[in-house]
Design a binder for this molecule. Structure first.
Ligand code: NM2
Ligand code: OGA
Ligand code: ZN
Length: 380
């Protein structure tokens, strides 16, 4: 059954109006339609890439006629002045509609994402490592949850060094950094990073001093028999939305001005970058959180007249992040692993002490690989 009932040329051929059986009609411009034609002269048959440039489309492109087939599944469009006939599937047009987008500066979140706090996250997305390896469908469903919650767990992993790399390969590619392809998170003498001590770590995103920041972090537990050493995860987008609700002025300060982040290791490494703690795209989408008390450097991008307010905003955001109502808390057992979207979800560790041993291994990867694994399945 088709979802569409009619198509009409409007605005002297500058656009069409596609009417679904229920819901608002959708408009598409002539130039947009011509650019997105899916015929073999516009798109390569083998790889689907576009063969034309925007300059190949006449400025005065207009639609002479448009018709919908009986089943309501396909429309045929005739363009002029350069004569061309193109067919579009109505489902394709619906999937790529833009007539429902708001102009303006409202803050918004990708509709694929689910925002959570301690009480609203009913079930942590979790999969067994062997299942992830052997059952593609369950793996993809779990990856979709990882993407929408920004957080997921794996159980039943080998308790061996290097396993974290195999986990990254379930959905993407390892991002090698100055910390190596993967790194041991355990208490060391002369630790180059506070993560390599037994201290508690306030909830943070990793590596904000690097640009681009790794967008996925994986932490795999090999040993965890000391007292303490629990993990907390917090949805940074939820924290940002709470700040916006509780104090819009503070939200605006943290999203407008950039903080500075810095990490030095003797004479070998000096990483430095600047990001707003709450990052919005220019059209208002909430796209990133950069928060790490240990590596925040001197903030120099905030005008003198606003610095005190900026610190108030930073303090308030930090308090929201520390609020126990925000965090999911668990203690990783050997063979368990958790993954975070490092551009959104913050992770924390409680201090650990006493006898026993704690040994995690971590690595970075990126969300492009994750999203590609999900999207490429959708198209099959
Ligand atoms: N380690 C675990 O971003 C950070 O500095 C957190 C990162 C050292 C790779 C720790
Ligand atoms: C890290 C980190 C948490 C932990 O290595 O980036 O935050 O539980 N570690 O040790
Ligand atoms: Zn960390």
């Amino acid at each position: 059954m088709s979802l569409f009932k009619s198509v009409k040329v409007i605005n002297s051929g500058k656009a069409i109006l596609l009417s679904p059986k229920c819901g608002a009609p959708l408009r598409y411009h002539s130039t947009w339609l011509r650019d997105n034609a899916l015929d073999v002269k516009t798109r390569d048959k083998k790889n689907g890439q576009r063969l034309i440039t925007v300059s190949d489309i006449p400025v005065k492109t207009y639609i002479k006629s448009a018709s919908l087939d009986k089943k309501g599944k396909e429309i045929t469009i005739n363009f002029l002045p350069k004569k061309k006939q193109v067919k579009f599937s109505t489902n394709w047009l619906k999937d790529n509609a833009y007539d429902n987008k708001q102009a303006g500066s409202k803050v918004w979140i990708n509709p694929d994402l689910k925002i959570w706090s301690k009480n609203s996250l009913k079930r942590i997305p979790i999969i067994n490592y062997k299942t992830a390896k052997s059952n593609k469908k369950l793996l993809i469903n779990w990856l979709k949850s990882l993407n929408s919650f920004g957080f997921a767990k794996i159980t039943g992993c080998e308790k061996k060094t290097g396993t974290v790399i195999k986990i990254a390969k379930l959905f993407g590619y390892v991002r090698e950094t100055n910390y190596g392809k993967f790194f041991d998170v355990r208490s060391k003498i002369n630790a180059v990073n506070l993560a390599y001590t037994n201290l508690g770590l306030q909830a943070h995103t990793d590596n904000p001093y690097r640009n681009p920041v790794p967008t996925i972090q994986i932490l795999h537990c090999i040993k965890n028999s000391t007292k303490g050493g629990a993990t907390k995860v917090i949805d940074g987008f939820k924290a940002a939305l709470r700040l916006k609700k509780e104090n819009k002025k503070y939200f605006d300060l943290l999203s407008k001005y950039r903080s500075q982040f810095e990490f030095k290791e003797k004479n070998n490494v000096h990483l430095k970058s600047r990001f707003p703690m709450i990052s919005l795209s220019t059209d208002g989408e909430l796209i990133g959180i950069y928060f790490n008390n240990r590596s925040i450097g001197p903030i120099t991008d905030v005008p003198y007249s606003l610095m005190l307010d900026y610190y108030k905003a930073y303090r308030k955001f930090s308090n929201i992040i520390d609020d126990p109502k925000m965090a999911i808390k668990f203690k990783l057992k050997p063979g368990q692993c958790f993954i975070v979207d490092n551009s959104r979800v913050l992770h924390a560790r409680t201090a650990y002490y006493g006898s026993g041993n704690r040994w995690l291994q971590g690595c970075y990867a990126d969300k492009d690989g994750l999203l590609s694994s999900i999207l490429s399945q959708k198209n099959n």
